[in-house]
Write a protein that binds this ligand. Structure first.
Ligand SMILES: Cc1cc2ncn([C@H]3O[C@H](COP(=O)(O)O)[C@@H](O)[C@H]3O)c2cc1C
Ligand SMILES: O=C(O)c1cccnc1
Length: 351
């Protein structure tokens, strides 16, 4: 609890002076003002986060949190639980979509077992298991308040370790069969109608979708989570990897590091982080909007603008890894473009 409180206390608003300076420089570059749209927004946000009006990306890292979900026994996923550890091994052996996209973006990956239901062994795996999967939230709380807090702190520890190692932009990724169910439950508790929130995840059919909605309604009825208490929500209807990612996000904000948010599950973690400390949103960059219907609503709740619409619905950090290219491009604009003065280009006559 202490670690979490310390981290939250460190989160300050971004540096508005640096945002201003970045905006002034963007307006001196050889283009009509604002014509590079979201690229300019990204430069200003990065400037505010880092305090540098000409921000540069250095070492990038995707943090993948892996955990299992007791609620899968209700039949809410199209895939069996053993896929979670199998995919963790796939990440560690370099064969998953996130490995390909991270390599392409020049980003490292770390994978942390924060709550896989079985033991996974690999020399590169970070093992910080809080428990062997959550309990079935349709029958009672997914985990205790202490476990949820510990899981957030695991996320903080993993992020801080990478930041100490020189990483200066982080992205969220996750693996956990069944995890679109707690993510949907979290969004429902925070005020969106359940039938608008719930999607097909890995590809359940109509019958599965109806069962998923019923299960989420039951979980909320049984647990009665308090929407004004984000850790209560996380412990009753959340997940270990979701809690861990909330910790990664809070740690990034506390250390003034940009945090690129991936898809639906990562955004559920971001929503929890935003409820714990609203200032953390200033450090978040929304990578894409996924096919899960609730994702758009989550981003709107945080007033985040997704840069990519790729019809993706995978998770793992894949959308965030793709977004690294765009963020990188934005920083090159600010550092490499000529100014009107240096290039001898005439300014607008209407100014
Ligand atoms: C092979 C495979 C690889 C994945 N990588 C991410 N997910 C994604 O799908 C899961 C969530 O969907 P649901 O709630 O329907 O189970 C999570 O593990 C998420 O990361 C995968 C799912 C599968 C099957
Ligand atoms: O949007 C996501 O991140 C997502 C959607 C479906 C399944 N897994 C992840």
């Amino acid at each position: 609890m202490e670690k979490l409180q310390e981290t939250v206390k460190k989160i300050q608003p971004i540096d508005q002076q640096a945002v201003e300076k970045a905006a002034q420089r963007l307006d001196m570059l050889t283009k009509p003002q604002g014509s590079l749209g979201v690229l300019e927004d990204i430069v200003k946000q990065l400037a505010g986060i880092t305090g540098n009006p000409i921000p540069r990306l250095g070492k990038k890292c995707v943090v993948i949190m892996a955990g299992d979900h007791g609620v899968v026994e209700e039949g809410v996923s199209a895939f069996p639980q053993e896929v979670t550890p199998q995919m963790v091994m796939n990440f560690l052996n370099g064969g998953a979509a996130i490995n390909v996209l991270s390599r392409h973006a020049g980003a490292d990956i770390v994978c942390c077992d924060i709550g896989v239901a079985s033991d996974v062994k690999h020399p590169s795996l970070i093992i910080k298991k809080v428990r062997y999967g959550t309990a079935n939230m349709a029958k009672g709380p997914a985990m205790s308040r202490e476990e949820a807090t510990r899981a957030i702190e695991v996320g903080i520890e993993v992020a801080e370790d990478k930041i100490k190692g020189g990483v200066n932009i982080l992205a969220t990724g996750e693996m956990g069969i069944g995890n679109t169910t707690p993510s949907s439950a979290i969004l429902t508790v925070f005020g969106c109608p359940v039938e608008k929130v719930v999607g097909r995840g890995t590809g359940i059919d109509d019958k599965g979708l109806a069962l998923k909605i019923k299960t989420i309604i039951k979980a909320i009825e049984v647990n009665d989570p308090d929407p004004s208490d984000p850790i209560d929500v996380l412990s009753k209807v959340g997940g270990l990897e979701i809690a861990g990612l909330a910790g990664v996000i809070l740690a990034a904000a506390a250390h003034r590091i940009p945090i690129v948010i991936d898809g639906f599950i990562s955004s559920a973690a971001a929503l929890v982080a935003s409820k714990i400390e609203p200032r953390s949103v200033q450090y978040m960059i929304a990578s894409h909007v996924s096919e899960e219907p609730g994702h758009k609503m989550m981003l709107e709740m945080m007033r985040l603008y997704p840069m990519l619409h790729m019809k993706m619905r995978l998770g793992e950090g894949t959308g965030a890894a793709l977004a690294f290219h765009i963020i990188d491009a934005a920083t090159h604009i600010q550092s490499e473009m000529a100014t009107f003065e240096s290039a001898g280009v005439s300014r607008s006559s209407s100014r």
